[in-house]
Design a protein around this ligand. Structure first.
Ligand code: GAP
Length: 510
């Protein structure tokens, strides 16, 4: 299903609404509706269980959003958490200079891809894409141009050369995607942190930041947690919480938001062991995604071209979103950067005594960091399908179905009396509903024809529908309809909880 339809499905079925919609909305801020908040909670549960419950050496915390302002000086965010901003003087639109240049490179890549597709058609089964890309002169020429552009971009970003970025935009003749104008302002740094003021303290002294990552709440608590839980290195601290970034360009729905939620885990290790743990967490996190049934071809690793100020190695797990492969999760080797910086600025030792080595050191850190909202978007975009299915009367009709993994589905079972105006059926259905609702989120629905009720449940991803009919009154059996196969089986009322419970049990994927 295309991206536009996905967005309207999210609104129509109560997954996501634009924030403050009645006031025309607030850009890049969204509210989760009844089914959206269930799905988001289930994603968080899956992550928390796999990190905290399944690892004896990972514990969770819930740190405050506000932190002492020195935190952000120490972490480098005050000085270095910037994006290069450029305005178009004619359209008055604002852009990220690095993204304009990346998009330029993507356009060249699209030309190569077109060339490859043409050749594929021409040569058929014998076509060797890798060989073609390595030998075809036009592909080689274009690839060289991409490498040069991205190389220049990486260099300018590394040295914070704003004039260099401006020059690159001019040299490449990059135009405003909206207006086609080349009338650009100079490129300047833009800090992404939101700030507010503490109590009645004016000026810099009282400046508070809304955290742009949850990680720092973990770093500053590193020793508190280690001492109070008696963890030995290697060990991890996990956290789920809100983060805020004043993104320059925030398009693509919940992909890039100004208020979002992160699920982060900092793994504290011996210095020198970072590459071993970096590889371990790359593999472990990829498995976490695959266990949900995400096809392998929808996920890929992408090494960072520009390392963040704290990292010595970094990779993204990218997902094939409706607008192409983009970052879903980051795995970063952060060295001892953060703990050393906090140690220096606070004057408090943040060291660990390693009893096996008989020495004190500042641990190194490998972090895994995934945006909960991006995971939500990935799951929605992969699950939402439009299908042609047989109707009750033997004809065909189309349905929108959300094929979410049952563990993530917002509602687990819908209980449906076959007819609304037969009291004996609605009464029996009410009893089944009351029995099941103590175990998992269920929905009772008696409005409209049964076919329409099935469609409503398909659209919100309910894995099972239980129908109460006249046979139920005779022998305490119901039909259980499977969302994906549409198969209906007859089972006893007492069997429903066991069958559904087995299917939605997180232990199937942990
Ligand atoms: N602590 C490391 C860190 O914050 P990051 O790559 O900047 O690293 C981690 O962010 C993850 O947070 C990303 O992979 C993405 O899933 C999510 N994320 C970052 N910025 C976001 C935004 N503006 N909107 C939604 N999710 C975002």
């Amino acid at each position: 299903m295309d991206f536009k339809n996905l967005i309207s499905h999210c609104k129509e079925y109560g997954f996501i609404y634009q924030s403050s919609e009645i006031y025309d909305g607030l850009s890049a801020v969204y509210d989760y509706g009844p089914y959206g908040s269930e799905l988001k909670n289930n994603i968080k549960q899956y992550w928390w269980k796999s990190m905290v419950q399944m690892h004896e050496n990972i514990v969770g915390i819930d740190a405050a959003i506000f932190m002492h302002p020195k935190t952000w000086k120490a972490s480098g965010h005050v000085d270095a958490f910037n994006d290069p901003l450029v305005d178009n003087k004619d359209s008055k639109k604002r852009y990220r200079a690095d993204q304009l240049i990346e998009e330029y490179a993507e356009k060249i890549e699209a030309k190569i891809q077109k060339e490859v597709e043409k050749a594929k058609e021409k040569f058929g089964d014998s076509f060797d894409e890798a060989m073609y890309r390595q030998t075809n002169p036009r592909c080689l020429e274009r690839q060289a141009e991409i490498d040069k552009v991205l190389g220049d971009l990486a260099e300018a970003m590394k040295t914070s050369d704003m004039a260099g970025l401006g020059q690159l935009i001019a040299d490449l003749n990059i135009t405003d995607p909206e207006s086609g104008s080349k009338n650009w302002t100079e490129v300047r740094q833009f800090n992404l942190m939101f700030n507010t003021q503490l109590g009645n303290i004016a000026g810099e002294e009282g400046k508070l930041y809304l955290r742009p990552e949850t990680a720092q709440g973990i770093f500053v608590n590193f020793l508190n947690v280690q001492k109070s839980t008696r963890q030995k290195i290697p060990f991890g601290i996990a956290q789920i919480g809100k983060a805020f970034r004043n993104e320059i360009v925030a398009r693509q729905f919940i992909f890039r938001m100004r208020e979002f939620e992160q699920m982060e885990m900092q793994f504290f290790i011996r210095p020198g062991e970072e590459m071993k743990w970096y590889e371990y967490w790359k593999e472990t996190r990829l498995k976490w995604h695959l266990a949900l049934g995400t096809p392998a071809e929808k996920l890929r690793f992408h090494d960072h071209d520009n390392l963040a100020h704290y990292a010595n190695a970094a990779v993204d797990i990218q997902f094939d979103f409706p607008f192409g492969f983009r970052e879903l999760e980051g795995i970063h080797s952060r060295t001892d950067f953060d703990l050393s910086q906090h140690q220096a600025l606070s004057g408090k030792k943040l060291q660990y005594f390693d009893p096996e080595l008989n020495e004190n050191y500042v641990p190194f850190v490998v972090e895994t960091s995934i945006g909960c909202d991006r995971m939500f978007l990935a799951m929605m975009s992969q699950a939402l399908k439009q299908e042609t299915v047989p109707d009750a009367d033997g004809k065909e009709s189309t349905r929108d179905v959300l094929k979410l993994h049952p563990c993530l589905a917002p509602v687990k079972v819908a209980v449906l009396p076959l007819l609304k105006n037969k009291e004996e059926l609605t009464k029996a259905a009410g009893e089944v509903f009351n029995k099941l609702k103590t175990k998992f989120l269920c929905q009772y629905d008696e409005k409209d024809a049964i076919g329409r009720r099935y469609r409503r449940q398909d659209a919100i991803g309910t894995p099972y529908c239980v129908t109460i009919d006249f046979e139920t009154l005779e022998n305490n059996t119901v039909t259980l309809r499977d969302r994906d196969t549409l198969e209906q089986i007859r089972i006893g009322i007492d069997e429903i909880a066991g069958i559904v419970g087995e299917k939605i049990d997180f232990s199937n994927i942990l």
